[in-house]
Write a protein that binds this ligand. Structure first.
Ligand SMILES: [Mn+2]
Length: 314
C-alpha cells in the first residue's frame, strides 16, 4: 500500500494546511483532499493562518470550514502547495505529509510528495487519486480544476503543454464546473479594482510612439477607490493588450510616500535590467523595485523614461 494512504489510514484526525493568503491551487488541492478524507470517514480540519481569505475562492467545496486556529488534537497534517516550513504558518508537532510542486520545496515533511514538473499541486493530487483508484467526484474535480486554472494562468503560462489540456479534459469529464471556476477566479473583479482601473487608464500616458504605457498612481488614487496594490498590477498587465504597447510601467506611491515600481514587457526589453538601476530585480518580462525614500513621483518617472529610452530598440 502507498505510504501516504497508509498514514491516512492510521490517522484519526487529519489537518490540511493551506499557505497564508492562499491561492486557488492551495485551496483547491486541500479541498479535493478534504473530500477524499471524508469519503474515508476521517475527522478532518482545514487550517490556514490567514484570518481573511479572498472570498472569490468561496465557491470551492468546504471553503467555509477553513480555520485560522490549528487543532491540537490532530495526529496527522498534510500541507498542500507550501514550499517551505515558514509557509505552513504553524509549528507542526504531529506527522506531516508535504504535497507540493514548487521547485524550491525544502522537503520539510516526514513524507515528501513533491513533483516539481507538475504545473499545480492539484495535478499531483489528481494523478495520486487516479493511480490509487480513487473515484473523483464533481466536487473534487471542480476543486482540482480551480488549482489548474489559476496556476497555469488560465492555460497561458510557459509551462502549459498537452498534458495540461489532457488533465483539464479529464477533470471536465469528471464533472468539473469549469465555467464557475472561470467566473470566480479569472473574471471576478471588485468594484474598487474597476474604479482604480478607470482612474489608471484615464491618467495613463503613452511614450515612445505608444510603445510604453506609463501609470503613476498616487496614494490619493488608492484611498479614493479603496483598491489594493494587487489591483494596480491587473490594470498594468491589461495595458499590454493595447496595440503598439510593448512595455508597461507602474509607479505607485505607498501610503508612507515611498514608491513601488513595477514593469511588464511583451518585447525584448529586459525589465529586470531597468529595475536593477533602482535596486530591484525580477525577470525579463516582469520586474519591480522599491524606493524607500520620499522622492517625488515625477523625478522617478523622468529617470525611468530616460533609461527606457536607451534600452528600447528603435
Ligand atoms: Mn501552486
Amino acid at each position: 500500500m502507498n505510504e501516504i494512504l497508509e498514514k491516512i489510514e492510521k490517522a484519526s484526525h487529519i489537518v490540511l494546511i493551506s499557505h497564508p493568503t492562499p491561492d486557488a491551487d492551495s485551496i483547491g488541492s486541500a479541498s479535493a483532499m478534504y473530500s477524499f478524507l471524508l469519503q474515508n470517514h476521517k475527522k478532518v480540519s482545514w487550517f490556514c493562518k490567514s484570518e481573511i481569505i479572498n472570498n472569490k475562492f468561496s465557491f470551492i467545496p468546504w471553503f467555509e470550514n477553513i480555520r485560522a486556529t490549528f487543532p491540537t488534537s490532530a495526529d496527522l497534517a498534510i500541507s498542500l502547495d507550501c514550499a517551505d516550513k515558514k509557509r505552513l504558518g504553524v509549528d507542526v508537532e504531529c506527522d506531516l505529509i508535504n504535497i507540493d510542486h514548487h521547485a524550491t520545496n525544502s522537503n520539510y515533511g516526514d513524507i515528501n510528495f513533491v513533483k516539481t514538473n507538475s504545473i499545480s499541486t492539484t495535478e499531483i493530487l489528481h494523478n495520486f487519486f487516479k493511480e490509487n483508484g480513487v473515484k473523483i467526484n464533481k466536487k473534487m474535480a471542480t476543486a482540482l480544476y480551480a488549482g489548474l486554472l489559476d496556476d497555469s494562468d488560465a492555460f497561458l503560462s510557459d509551462e502549459v503543454d498537452g498534458t495540461t489540456f489532457a488533465l483539464a479534459k479529464e477533470l471536465i469529464e469528471h464533472g468539473a464546473d469549469y465555467k464557475l471556476c472561470n467566473k470566480n477566479i479569472i473574471k471576478s473583479v471588485s468594484l474598487a479594482a474597476l474604479r482604480l482601473k478607470a482612474v489608471m487608464f484615464k491618467n495613463m500616458s503613452l511614450e515612445f510612439d505608444a510603445r510604453v504605457a506609463l501609470f503613476c498612481v498616487s496614494d490619493e488614487d488608492m484611498r479614493g477607490t479603496g483598491a489594493v496594490s494587487e489591483d494596480c498590477e491587473a490594470a498594468l498587465e491589461e495595458s499590454l493588450n493595447l496595440i503598439h504597447v510593448e512595455v508597461a510601467l507602474l509607479l505607485k506611491q505607498n501610503s508612507d510616500f515611498t514608491i513601488k515600481g513595477s514593469f511588464r514587457s511583451s518585447s525584448t526589453l529586459d525589465c529586470a535590467k531597468i529595475a536593477a538601476n533602482f535596486g530591484g530585480g525580477g525577470h525579463i518580462r516582469r520586474a519591480g523595485f522599491d524606493i524607500e525614500s520620499r522622492v517625488p513621483l515625477d523625478e522617478i518617472r523622468r529617470e525611468v523614461l530616460n533609461l527606457i529610452k536607451k534600452e528600447i530598440v528603435v
